[in-house]
Design a protein around this ligand. Structure first.
Ligand code: FES
Length: 223
């Protein structure tokens, strides 16, 4: 398999086989109450779609069409509205995913600092392409849009949780081995290069040398 051959966009099937047992496809009374609570916070039911989809994903693990429809019906909104939100964000999983979902940012800042290289490194290491899951069900990898941590590019997120900053191939190798062993290593975030020379092209090589990043105070006392 050539991991780097251009991907041809595949349309999802129009009427896929349901993947959730119809008997299990219900919200409990407590979940319905939580969804009703979300609705009260917004002027229209559409406003609660994101929260309700999130609740459904936590319950079912992913969002196949029948789960998206369940959410739409519970909120009383058109299926297309819920489907549009679920398919816009990579944080909503439309297919079953592995135990760890590795979202490598390939948006502008991360791309300039090697985000695509990091994604390709993971593809080669794990033997799957972006959007796929390893045969052992351990890892799903995907390239994603900006995750709001451009100052620590290239970066990735693990299963909609921890951010891993300033990625290098070594750091990814360490991370994969640690996850296989059932833990998560601690990492230190460092500053971005300060000038063109330090960049040495568009990939930094001085990760270990630069100072630890200190977040400046964001508030000051007013007399
Ligand atoms: S471009 Fe990667 S976090 Fe913003």
């Amino acid at each position: 398999m050539d991991l780097h051959e251009p991907e041809v966009a595949k349309l999802p099937p129009r009427n896929p086989e349901p993947q959730v047992d119809p008997d299990a496809l219900v919200f409990s009374a407590e979940e319905k109450e939580r969804i009703a609570g979300y609705q009260k916070r917004y002027p229209t039911a559409e406003g609660a779609i994101m929260r309700a989809l999130w609740l459904a994903q936590e319950k079912f693990g992913f969002l196949p069409p029948e789960v998206i429809r369940l959410v739409a019906d519970e909120l009383g909104v058109p299926y297309a509205s819920a489907y549009g939100v679920a398919t816009f964000y990579t944080q909503y999983y439309k297919e079953k995913v592995g135990r760890f979902v590795l979202d490598v940012c390939t948006c502008f800042s991360c791309q300039l600092c090697g985000g695509v290289d990091m994604l390709h490194h993971l593809e080669s290491k794990l033997g799957v392409k972006a959007g796929e899951t390893t045969a052992d069900g351990m890892f799903t990898i995907q390239g994603v849009e900006c995750l709001g941590a451009c100052g620590s590019a290239p970066m990735m997120q693990v299963t909609n949780g921890p951010y891993i900053y300033n990625l290098t191939e070594d750091k990814l190798d360490e991370l994969i081995e640690a996850m296989r062993a059932g833990s998560m290593p601690g990492f230190t975030s460092v500053t971005l290069p300060q000038d063109e020379d330090e960049m040495g092209g568009n990939r930094r090589t001085d990760i270990d040398e630069v100072a630890v990043y200190q977040t400046p105070p964001v508030a000051r006392e007013i007399d």
